[in-house]
Design a protein around this ligand. Structure first.
Ligand SMILES: Nc1ncnc2c1ncn2[C@@H]1O[C@H](COP(=O)(O)OP(=O)(O)OP(=O)(O)O)[C@@H](O)[C@H]1O
Ligand SMILES: [Mg+2]
Length: 245
């Protein structure tokens, strides 16, 4: 892992991508350091999920460079994915397996240790009630599923975490718990890229907020020393683009 180096864990530079003839990313520059939480905002269809797809190596940009801990996800997708955990909006884990079995299964696939000493601290860290650890996931709520997905990410101990609309559909208490989880990830020096429409969560937890408009980061704001973002100003700024929140 690249801990201690100045190189950003996530780096997109001049990235262009079109689906067919429709350009989506038009020279996107974005970087996230380890121990930093970056909230990527933008209207529906702005290209936020496409940005994550580029990092995951699901798409190959027509130009520009994409690096995850220095690895190009197009030329070395396995190497890049070994550095990343990705939590999509709708977490897809196996319903017929328990939370513990799901984590063990995906850890085994990644060639990791699957012992209780790895799995239990991760399930504990995400605050999933220990009574649920050995229950099948078919009865889990959205918030519980997300906790298991993040527990898997923590157990894998990867330096990069990608989250697509992680708080959509979570109740306010679950959002607070989720923000606490990101604090844990930050303490562990994880680089977090969070795509979101949830300004409240972004204001509470992000170190940096970027607006994706017309295929590039149109504006970036950094949380200052002791000073958080101005929610009302952000809301006006966001709604003022004419795109849906
Ligand atoms: N596989 C695909 N094939 C063709 N067009 C696509 C594909 N995926 C996304 N698009 C188009 O690319 C644009 C950006 O999509 P993307 O999913 O990245 O947006 P987004 O910012 O994540 O939006 P949302 O907030 O609605 O999730 C949209 O116009 C979308 O229709
Ligand atoms: Mg999306």
């Amino acid at each position: 892992m690249a801990q201690g180096t100045a190189e950003p864990a996530i780096e997109l530079a001049g990235v262009q991508h079109s689906y067919g003839t429709a350009p989506v990313l038009r020279g996107l520059d974005l970087s996230v350091q380890r121990g930093e939480i970056y909230a990527l905002l933008g209207g529906n269809g702005a290209g936020k999920s496409t940005t994550l797809s580029a990092l995951l190596g699901f798409i190959a940009p027509s130009s520009g460079s994409v690096r995850v801990c220095g690895i190009d996800p197009v030329s070395d997708p396995r190497g890049a994915r070994a550095q990343m955990a990705y939590v999509p909006e709708n977490v897809s884990l196996y319903d017929h397996l328990t939370a513990r079995e799901n984590i063990a299964y995906f850890l085994a696939l990644a060639g990791h240790d699957t012992g209780a000493s790895v799995i239990e601290p991760a399930l504990g860290a995400v605050g999933l009630d220990s009574q649920a650890w050995d229950r099948r996931m078919s009865g889990f709520s959205k918030g519980m599923r997300q906790k298991v997905a993040i527990a898997l990410a923590l157990a894998r101990d990867v330096p990069v975490l990608l989250l697509d609309e992680p708080t959509s559909g979570l109740d306010p208490r679950a959002v607070l718990e989720f923000n606490g989880l990101l604090d844990t990830a930050r303490e562990r020096q994880v680089a977090v890229l969070m795509v979101t429409h949830d300004l409240v969560s972004a204001v509470d937890i992000a170190d940096r907020i970027g607006f994706l408009t017309a295929g590039r980061i149109e504006e970036e704001q950094q949380a200052g020393e002791g000073a958080r973002f101005d929610l009302n100003a952000l809301h006006d700024r966001y709604a003022g683009t004419g795109q849906a929140i």
